[in-house]
Design a protein. Structure first.
Length: 137
């Protein structure tokens, strides 16, 4: 299993819920950090908490919803930090695939995890020529 630092970010208790479910299945995951947007929270607060969450690079950040405030806050951080990888569409099957991978770096983690029906979740890296809603080629 991977030991790459992973940050789950999203609305309300969703990131903590995903982490709880993952730990029921895989056991304790010390490399996973959660950052949640409270109802009265701000994108600035999310950005600060994500930036402070893991001081190891590279790292991977998984957001619940592309275009949501948490993903937008992390997207702005990723523009300035090439070692921060952002993927949106946080869900249990995707996380299990990533956390059970043998990747040694965040860049080697599955870039386009596939849903059972063959659709791709949204991922975006600054400078890679893809906009947030582009599909893989």
């Amino acid at each position: 299993m991977t030991t790459i630092p992973v940050i789950f970010v999203g609305h309300g208790g969703y990131p903590d819920g995903i982490r709880d479910a993952v730990e029921m299945i895989l056991g304790e995951q010390p490399q996973v950090v959660t950052v949640s947007l409270a109802p009265n929270g701000s994108t600035e607060e999310i950005a600060e908490r994500v930036a402070a969450a893991v001081d190891v690079t590279p790292r991977s950040c998984w957001a619940d919803l592309m275009g949501g405030s948490p993903a937008n806050a992390v997207g702005l951080l990723a523009l300035r930090d090439p070692d921060l990888h952002l993927v949106a569409g946080l869900n249990l099957p995707m996380v299990l695939e990533v956390l059970t991978s043998t990747a040694a770096t965040a860049a080697e983690l599955p870039r386009w995890p596939r849903a059972p029906g063959g659709t791709a979740w949204s991922t975006w890296r600054p400078g890679c020529g893809q906009r947030p809603r582009d599909k893989p080629t």
